[in-house]
Design a protein around this ligand. Structure first.
Ligand code: FEO
Length: 170
C-alpha cells in the first residue's frame, strides 16, 4: 500500500476512535443526567464511529498496509447542556469531514484510485452526519430553555432511533 495513503488512513483510524470515545462520554453524561433518549442516540452513534474505525482498520490490513490501533486521551466528561453537546458534535464532524477530504486529495495525488473509491462511502456518510447534526442543533436553538420542549426533543430522538433499524446516522 502507498505509504503516504497508509499514514493518512492511520490518522483517520485514530480520529474515528476519538469520535467514538467522545460520543460515548456524551452518552454517559446524558444518561446520568436522565436525558435517556439522547443518551441512546449517542450510544448508538458511538458504536457507529467504532464501525467506521474498523472499516478503515480492515481496509488498510487487507491492502497490505498495517493498521495501528491508537491510545486515546480522556475525552471531555462534562457538558453544560444539550446545545453544548450537539454544538461540539457538529464541530467535531466538520473537522472529520475536512480530514476525509484531505484523504481523498492525497489519494488523487498518489493515483491510488481504489482507496479513492473506498473513501467515497465516508464522503457520503459525512454529508449525512453533518446534515443531521445541523438539523438537531436548529431544533435545540428553537426550543431554547423551554423544559417541555426539551422533554419532547429527547423523546423524539428516542423515536427517531427506534424508527430506523440501522440506527440514526449522526
Ligand atoms: Fe465517522 Fe462521524 O464520522
Amino acid at each position: 500500500m502507498n505509504k503516504r495513503v497508509e499514514e493518512i488512513l492511520n490518522k483517520q483510524i485514530e480520529a474515528e476512535a476519538v469520535s467514538s470515545q467522545l460520543y460515548l462520554a456524551m452518552a454517559s453524561w446524558a444518561e446520568s443526567s436522565g436525558i435517556n433518549g439522547t443518551a441512546d442516540f449517542l450510544y448508538l452513534h458511538s458504536d457507529e464511529e467504532r464501525e467506521h474505525m474498523l472499516k478503515l482498520v480492515r481496509f488498510v490490513n487487507e491492502r497490505g498496509g498495517r493498521a495501528i490501533i491508537p491510545s486515546l486521551n480522556i475525552p471531555e466528561q462534562d457538558f453544560e447542556s444539550l446545545t453544548n453537546v450537539f454544538t461540539l458534535l457538529l464541530e467535531h464532524e466538520i473537522k472529520v469531514t475536512n480530514m476525509i477530504n484531505e484523504i481523498v486529495f492525497v489519494c488523487l495525488e498518489e493515483k491510488d484510485y481504489s482507496t479513492h473509491n473506498f473513501m467515497q462511502w465516508f464522503v457520503a456518510e459525512q454529508l449525512e452526519e453533518e446534515a443531521l447534526a445541523r438539523n438537531i442543533l436548529d431544533k435545540l436553538k428553537m426550543i431554547g430553555n423551554d423544559k417541555a420542549g426539551l422533554y419532547l426533543f429527547d423523546r423524539d430522538l428516542e423515536t427517531l432511533q427506534n424508527a430506523d433499524p440501522n440506527g440514526a446516522q449522526a
